[in-house]
Each structure stands twice: as C-alpha cells, then as structure tokens.
Design a binder for this molecule. Structure first.
Ligand SMILES: Cc1ncc(COP(=O)(O)O)c(C=O)c1O
Length: 352
C-alpha cells in the first residue's frame, strides 16, 4: 500500500521542529538553554540535559529484544500517545473517518472525538471476533484507520490472526492491532504480519505485564514510512530520561516479567474456578489477558456493593453488547482472596 497517499496534506508539508539534541548529544552544549551548572536533583541521568529525541539507545535495545529492525519501532508516552498521533497523521478532521471494532478500549474513540474525526462502530461478532464483512461494508474512501485490539479489552479474547490479515488486505487504510495484553499468551501476536502487509501497525505497552504503568511507555511496530511520520509530528522530547532508563533496566530483567505472567495466569485460573461456583455469575468469558470479563445476574448491584467494601472493579455494562458485564483485573493472591470471600458472601446471603 502507498502509505504516503493516506497522510494528511498538512502533515506531508509540515516542516518539523528541529530540536537542539537532534544533532549533538555531547560536547560543550550551549545550544538548548539548559542549565549547564547541573540539576537541583542529583542523578546520574544528566537531568539538566534534554533527552535524545530519536530514542536511539532505547530503540536499539528494544528492537533487539523484539527481533525487529530499529527503523520499524517508535516509542511513545504510553500507547495512548501513539493512538492520538496516528489519528492526527492520517485523519483530516470532519472529512476522514475511523472504524472501531466494539466493544473495545475507549481511547480510540476519544482520540477521534478530540480530533473531530468520525468514529464508526463496527460490532465484533457473537464470539467477539472481527466481522470482516461488516468492516468491508463500512469502509469508504475516507476510512483511514481501523482499530482492533487483540487480546481485546474488555472481552479478553485474542482475535483470529487470519481475520486480522484478511481485514488488512481488504481495506484501503491502516489496521492498528493493539496488543497491550499479548504478553499473557504464548502465541498469537500479529507482529510477523507487518512483513506481509505494510498497512498493519502493532501497538504494545509496558503498562501491563511489565508492571510499568507509572512510567508511561508504549511502542508500535510498523512500516518505516509510518514510523518516520510519528517522529515527524511527536513533541520533540516526548520520552523522558527516567522512563527510557527504566525501560532499559526492564529489558535486563525479562525473567521478572515472565514470573509476573506466570503468577497472574495462576491467579486467573483460581479466580475463574471460584467464579464458576457462584450462582450469580451468568457467564465467564474466556480470557487471554490479565483480566476476566464476567456477566453477572445483576452487575450494577454487585459493582456498587463491592465499591462499598473498597473493592473496585470495572463496570463495563454500558459498552456495546456487554449488559451486566464487569471486568475484573487479576489481583495478587491476597486481593483475590478478599474478592472471592466477598463474592461468596453475596452467594450465601442471597443478597440479590
Ligand atoms: C487495549 C489497551 N490499549 C492501550 C492501553 C493504554 O496503554 P498505555 O498505558 O501504554 O497508554 C490500555 C490500557 O488500559 C489498553 O487496555
């Protein structure tokens, strides 16, 4: 696909800001109006200096870990930044549109709404899989992006890869596959599809399995031309030095991430087994993520009662086809035991 033809004219013409640190990261740096005396906070990160706008050291290491080329990698302030940047690169406000496969993560629509870009909903099918025909029918000449999420939030299921590929082939825009939760399953990533279809973008985050939601870091893997546009429009120093430094440390500690995944998956199984015994549970949806979507007899009531006990779940009953559904993040053993106890109490006391 000719990626350039999808880009907004003003972005193509844009002369990007050239930052001082673009060219030189060391030497006698009198080019950026930094504080040459140092920083009020002691650190070995040289916090008085702006970070590398090209994210070079970080992208070298992360691309190595992902076994991809550095030129295909962009790191953002969470995947949320990348969602917003993609909408702004490709979608002309009030003219172009985006397809969102619902029910799914809410930020795709919010990013469109902020940019005044129409977001068209195409429901996932009964199994929460991509409905390729509906997507094909909804696409028009102004459809620039299709967002899907695999494993999907909040339903928890992985999308069939063959459907992802077929969808990408059938559209004249970009297909974004949000893999925020992909670490929780052993296989099924769409990363390799990027070599087959240059209109697929895979997005990931350090906020889930890596346990680094607080540092705000997500990344995407895509055709070089897309990565170049992301660099062109991002704010010059989007990724701060502390965040980069923590990611570098995280990449030296992959076994800890794997340990977390093991623990979370174990706890998930225990929780699901308990939920199966609860008579107020209508349905437990299969989960490939670190959460499970559960349909209760009276979701709203259960949600409110648990809030009173200080247990906060995510009420998803307002989303398309998710009446009475609550999303439960898998907690640690102690948290899960408290939750299970409370759910058992409801069960026994016939509170509903
Ligand atoms: C599907 C999905 N994508 C992206 C994000 C946000 O990721 P980040 O923290 O990297 O912005 C979330 C967070 O809940 C999510 O569920």
């Amino acid at each position: 696909m000719e990626i350039n033809s999808l880009v907004r004219e003003n972005i193509k013409k844009l002369k990007p800001y050239t930052s001082a640190r673009q060219g030189y990261l060391s030497g006698i740096l009198l080019d950026a109006n930094e504080n040459s005396f140092g920083s009020v906070v002691e650190s070995n990160l040289q916090l008085n200096r702006y970070p590398d706008p090209n994210q070079n050291i970080l992208r070298d290491k992360l691309s190595n870990y992902l076994k991809i080329k550095k030129e295909n990698l962009f790191v953002g302030v969470g995947s949320d930044e990348i969602i917003d940047l993609l909408v702004r690169i490709f979608c002309e406000p009030r003219i172009d549109n985006v397809i969102i496969t619902e029910p799914t993560y809410g930020m795709y629509k919010v990013a469109c709404d902020i940019s005044n870009v129409a977001a068209k909903t195409v429901p996932l099918n009964n199994e929460f899989q991509l409905d390729i025909n509906s997507i094909k029918n909804s696409v028009d000449e102004n459809t620039k992006l299709v967002f899907c999420c695999s494993p999907n939030n909040p339903t928890g299921n992985l999308l069939y890869k063959k459907n992802i590929l077929e969808t990408a082939k059938s559209i004249n825009g970009l297909l974004i596959v949000d893999e925020a939760y992909v670490d929780f399953i052993e296989s099924g990533s769409s990363i390799d599809l990027i070599n087959e279809q240059n209109n697929i973008i895979v997005m990931r985050t350090f906020s889930k399995a890596w346990g680094l939601a607080g540092i705000r870091a997500g990344y995407c893997i895509a055709d070089k031309s897309i990565i170049d546009y992301l660099f062109k429009i991002k704010s010059p120093y989007n990724l701060n030095k502390m965040t980069s430094d923590i990611i570098l440390s995280a990449l030296d500690n992959i076994q800890k991430k794997n340990y977390f995944i093991e623990q979370i998956n174990q706890q998930k199984e225990l929780l699901i087994n308990q939920l199966k015994k609860n008579k107020y549970v209508d349905k437990i949806f299969p989960s490939d993520a670190n959460f499970v979507l559960v349909k209760f007899k009276n979701g709203k009531y259960l949600y409110d009662e648990l809030v009173k006990k200080g247990i906060i779940l995510r009420d998803r009953s307002g989303q398309l086809n998710l009446q009475n559904c609550i999303r439960i993040t898998i907690g640690n053993e102690e948290e899960n035991n408290i939750l299970i106890k409370e759910l058992e109490r409801f069960n026994e006391e016939n509170i509903y």
